[in-house]
Design a protein around this ligand. Structure first.
Ligand code: THU
Length: 159
């Protein structure tokens, strides 16, 4: 038996002034998008902003439903809309933010497993890494590739 170790690198920003203008603009847009969330069941309003290679920014928010699994996360709402509107344009980066009880989350908001899987497929489709910017009020954490968030991934296209 041998052991394999998987390491990921997180860029950690203590304030928006440490971030690039592009990242901090995307975080602002994700925060704004939380206002459009429909989250009467969880009261957890998530916003996502997707920057495309052609400069377009697509935003999304979580949309819940009384039949709970029918709802959709902010990240997938934004990514699927980006794919529907610009099918052949690669995704450069995605920012995620959330608020609950009128307060933005202090810690970074990490995407759920299903959203990671969708980000990864977008990354492979666009043939370039997607920068994932996970915003919190206290700090913002960034991975340079969606693959870092889902290292041992299922990938039907590989077969
Ligand atoms: N949610 C997202 O929008 N993104 C995630 O990555 C995790 C969770 C939403 C789903 C649900 O509407 C609410 O947050 C509470 O789980």
């Amino acid at each position: 038996m041998k052991n394999k170790e998987i390491k990921i690198n997180l860029e950690v920003y203590g304030s928006s002034s440490e971030m690039s203008a592009q990242d901090s603009d995307l975080v602002q847009r994700a925060k704004l998008a939380t206002e459009n969330a429909y989250a009467p069941y969880s009261n957890f309003q998530v916003g996502a902003a997707v920057l495309l290679e052609n400069g377009e920014v697509i935003t999304g928010s979580n949309q819940e439903n009384a039949a709970y699994p029918s709802g959709l996360c902010a990240e997938r709402t934004a990514l699927f809309y980006a794919g529907a509107k610009f099918p052949n344009v690669a995704v450069k980066s995605i920012a995620i933010a959330a608020q609950t009880g009128g307060q933005f989350c202090a810690q970074s908001v990490y995407p759920c497993g299903a959203c990671r899987q969708v980000m990864l497929e977008n990354e492979m489709r666009g043939r370039q890494p997607i920068r994932v910017i996970m915003a919190g009020e206290n700090e913002v954490e960034v991975v340079r590739s969606a693959h870092d968030l889902l290292p041992l991934s299922f990938d039907e296209l590989k077969k």
